[in-house]
Ligand binder design. Sequence first.
Ligand SMILES: [Zn+2]
Length: 117
Amino acid sequence: MAAIVILPFILYAVIMVVIRWIDVLRKPPYLSFTTMEYKNWKLRWDYKPTKDYEYYEIVKIRPVCHKCGCELTKISAGSYEGLYCPSCEDRWYELFDKYNAVRKVIENKIENRIFQA
Ligand SMILES: [Zn+2]
């Protein structure tokens, strides 16, 4: 008798868990949007899910080489500071520091669904 009473609750709990799994497995389409041109920079970033997979945070925004896509390395010599491609040895005579601005641009493109994945 008790089993009949609690069965609907167990069924409900199982259905809710399955719905949650489907939600987590169905990743949002913007997760493949990971590169963008911004002013004279080519940028790449990653996404990190929150613990409950409700939201994906934009992380590790970094400038990459226009020619080969390799992540750039900071170099300095005397008063000169810039970025350097360890792969094709191209140089940029400035540092990239527009992380907050770029994050806002990325978030805006995602919100307005104007990204090319
Ligand atoms: Zn390169």
